[in-house]
Design a protein around this ligand. Structure first.
Ligand code: MCN
Length: 797
């Protein structure tokens, strides 16, 4: 049933894609098995730092069933460093040393899991057996493991051609922090640490390539978030025209950031198919994923806040180190996100922020859901909690006094964001979101009563309320093509890939509203370069904004075409027509109508003449590029119970009030928030990559690396506020990462609150706060506070 007048945007439309996904009929790359396909296994380094002195592959080559063994020597000109995918923004005085990996190690090993050789064989079993026969002669080198010491003058160097492990140095300021500090009634400083983790998608990376020598074409199926850039890079690397390469990213079992990266396997597998004249397939295994796929987090902050005795922020200073791992192919996106997102929804008149990025002998770091924003939010929200304590204010009250009001937009923060545009908030509902969360969690009334009741049962209960902003919907652009077919079917093609975000439905809703059909009648194709070949990809919560508004523009253009053609066919003024139920009909006289399919057929005639300038069919292609990103916001509230004996934390309530502008599909948005919060709970409490002193990862399996399971994630309550963005016609802002961003900050505040009587003054400064770490913090309390900075002062001056 469709609704006349166009009201699909905003409706809780069930997902078009679910029938296929839930009945096992959705195609994933792993399902693609061209006849005669060969299979790949990589030989990877166990050592994080070393010099490759020799590689004996003779026994592997002679192994029955092996079709090819390739080392750096065989790659020829293909063995060159990969591209820097995102250049750093032009910030005055900044330093950036780009270092990217070779597809296969030639000489220097810089992290565990770097690929030394590629084995191609009849089956994965044979390929693995042959890989085990390769003998690598590696001279171990001292690894750089510890972030804090990575920039020391005597630290071993990850890249010999650089004078140190400094990859980048950026400083951005606003106002005069030193002067603000002088005026402050309270200055508080702390060291914060946010550790490393993985993306943790259920589906690992998979690449299948099929070179068709007769057609002179290469087809690649890839678990990527960015099929069009992959097509472009593969074509350039292999000396092909972009029109010869088709990249398909079908259903992808989770991306969460790392699949936006371009990886060596995406060139090596197609290259092997061209060399061997057969289809070639590689499926990353779970162990490999811990090393071959990029990771996130790993920052060390020395931060300071200056406030008045009324709790008003005068300024913030933050100096931090960011662990880039062995290479920095994604530029400075993550630390700049941290630097900018730290400012949050607050008036911060004076800001001094400086970061250094260090190379270490660990897998490279590129965006994972939140992409550094959660680090900034953690630091700022923790500083506010400490300041609140220092001036004797309630944590909610200090936030109330500092949030940017509804009349202050656009709000200019005077520093540069990751999209190279000034950090400017377009609109938001910071006060409203905070008050709504406070109300819903019963902060003043029901929660205190509930706490009393639970504490009578011997449980330590606390609440946390924190704010965040999320820079979303950045450019440069996306495009879409909308077509009405003669059958009446509506087709939408866009370039962004899809990894579970519900695009098949939310994008269809936008089209449905414009041309009067049901969302289930719109066939959406994403991530196939033969269907749409301009665009960048799915990242930075930009699908709803950038692709969504391109779709909106294309659908509106088709609508205009339909009305024009229908007006001619029915001999009425187009203004007297409405589109509904798949027909164009006269308003007030619905029996006078023409089907969209009939109009599409007539718009593509086989005989006769069409007027000059007429474009065939009911089709339009449009693009949308925003001037700068739109800023979403929200407030998270959490209630926890802590067992002081075991340090286990139980989440009793989790509540998200968020604002992503016009909501296209509330059910999908709630799903995005639920998934984001689940990821955030993992980040805050469970997930941590443990590196031993030799740089090896000692928990590279899901037995030891703890992802939260269904029993660890509580029901999540959500409330929507809609402040439309003035930067795009739909008024949308992104939501894909907001769930994950403030969880650690909320968690830390609530745990401290719960333990306020048991361990007064306990400070949570490190994330993840695993049960083990919390146990140790409790045991050490109150005698030592190893993370406190010596110059910190804790009271009013
Ligand atoms: N949406 C909406 N109304 C809005 C905003 C969004 O209905 N105002 C809908 C969108 O139309 C889309 C979904 O919500 O169906 C997410 O939209 P958006 O916030 O624009 O994010 P993207 O589509 O760009 O997706 C990327 C984002 C990121 S950056 C990561 S990481 C992430 C995420 O989405 N990875 C995910 N969500 C994920 N969800 C799943 N299932 N799997 C992942 O890998």
């Amino acid at each position: 049933m469709s609704r006349a007048g166009g009201t699909w945007v905003g409706a809780r439309v069930p997902r078009n894609e679910d029938a296929r996904l839930l009945t096992g009929r959705a195609q994933f790359v792993e399902d693609v098995e061209p006849p005669g396909a060969l299979h790949v296994a990589f030989v990877r380094s166990d050592l994080p730092a070393g010099r490759l002195r020799g590689l004996d592959v003779d026994r592997a080559r002679a192994h029955p069933g092996v079709a090819g063994v390739f080392t750096a020597a065989e790659l020829g000109p293909l063995c060159r460093p990969g591209a820097v995918l995102v250049p750093p923004p032009p910030i005055e005085g900044s330093v950036f040393h780009a270092r990217t990996a070779l597809p296969l190690v030639r000489d220097r090993i810089r992290h565990q899991g770097e690929a030394l050789a590629m084995i191609v064989a009849d089956s994965r079993y044979v390929a693995e057996d042959a890989a085990a026969l390769v003998e690598a002669d590696i001279e171990p080198l001292d690894p750089v493991v510890d972030l804090e010491g990575a920039l020391d003058a005597d630290a071993p160097r990850v890249h010999d051609d650089l004078p140190s492990n400094l990859a980048a140095h950026v400083r951005q300021t606003k106002g005069d922090y030193a002067a603000a500090r002088e005026r402050a009634d309270l200055v508080l400083g702390r060291r914060f640490h946010y550790d490393r983790g993985i993306g943790g998608a259920i589906e690992n990376r998979v690449v299948v390539a099929d070179w068709d020598a007769r057609a002179d074409r290469l087809q690649v199926w890839d678990t990527t978030q960015a099929p069009i850039p992959v097509r472009n890079v593969v074509a350039a690397a292999l000396g092909l025209s972009e029109s010869q390469v088709r990249v398909i990213a079908p259903f992808v079992g989770g991306g969460f950031g790392p699949k936006i990266m371009f990886y060596a396997e995406e060139i090596l597998v197609p290259w092997a198919s061209m060399q061997l004249g057969r289809p070639v397939k590689w499926v990353e295994d779970r162990y490999e994923n811990f090393f071959a796929t990029t990771q996130e987090r790993g920052q060390l902050h020395d931060s300071e806040i200056a406030v008045t005795r009324e709790g008003r922020i005068l300024g913030v200073r933050d100096t931090f180190m960011h662990d880039s791992g062995a290479y920095d192919p994604y530029g400075l996106t993550i630390p700049i996100n941290t630097q900018c997102t730290l400012l949050g929804p607050y008036r911060v008149p004076n800001y001094e922020s400086e970061f250094r990025v260090a190379f270490t002998n660990k897998p490279s770091v590129t965006p994972v859901r939140g992409a550094g924003r959660q680090h900034g939010v953690f630091v700022m929200e923790r500083l506010l909690d400490l300041a609140a304590r220092g001036v004797g204010l309630d944590p909610v009250e200090i936030r109330r006094r500092n949030v940017i009001g509804p009349d202050e937009f656009p709000y200019n923060h005077e520093i540069l964001y990751q999209d190279f545009a000034p950090l400017r908030y377009d609109s938001g509902s910071y006060e409203e979101a905070l008050e709504e969360a406070v109300r819903l969690v019963g902060y003043d009334k029901t929660f205190p009563r509930e706490r009393e009741r639970l504490q009578a049962d011997g449980r330590a209960v606390g609440v946390g309320v924190v704010n965040y902003v999320e820079g979303t919907g950045i450019g440069p652009y996306e495009g879409a093509r909308v077509t009405v077919e003669p059958s009446g079917t509506v087709r939408l093609a866009t370039g962004v890939g899809t990894q579970g975000q519900g695009h098949f439905t939310s994008f269809a809703q936008i089209v449905a509203d414009a041309i009067g059909v049901a969302p289930s009648d719109v066939r959406v194709v994403t991530g196939d370069t033969s269907e749409f070949h301009w665009g960048t990809g799915t990242f930075a919560s930009r699908g709803a904004v950038v692709a969504g508004n391109a779709i909106h523009a294309a659908a509106r253009a088709v609508r205009e075409k339909i009305l024009r053609h229908a007006g001619e066919a029915l001999e009425v003024d187009p203004d007297d027509l409405e589109l509904a139920d798949g027909v164009a009909r006269v308003k007030g006289a619905p029996e006078i109508s023409v089907e969209l399919g009939a109009l599409a057929l007539a718009a593509n005639p086989l005989r006769g003449a069409v007027a000059p300038g007429t474009q065939p069919g009911l089709e339009a292609t449009s693009y949308f590029g925003p001037p700068y990103g739109t800023t979403a916001n929200g407030t998270h509230a959490i209630v926890v119970a802590v067992d002081p004996e075991t340090a286990m934390v139980e989440i009793l309530r989790y509540l998200v009030v968020h604002d992503c502008g016009t909501v296209i599909n509330p059910m999908i948005v709630e799903g995005q928030i639920h998934g984001g919060v689940a990821a955030g709970i993992g980040n805050a409490f469970y997930e941590e990559l443990v590196f031993d002193e030799y740089g090896g990862t000692s928990n590279a399996s899901f037995m030891d690396y703890l992802l939260p399971t269904a029993t660890d994630v509580p029901p999540i309550e959500t409330a929507h506020i809609e402040t439309p963005s003035p930067l795009n016609p739909l008024g949308t802002k992104g939501v894909g990462e907001g769930g994950a961003i403030p969880v650690a900050a909320a968690f830390a505040q609530a745990v401290e609150d719960a333990l306020a009587d048991i361990a007064p003054g306990l400070e949570i400064l490190d994330i993840p706060l695993s049960p083990g770490r919390l146990f140790e913090l409790l045991r050490a309390h109150p005698n030592s506070r190893p993370n406190s900075r010596p110059e910190s002062s804790g009271g009013l001056s």
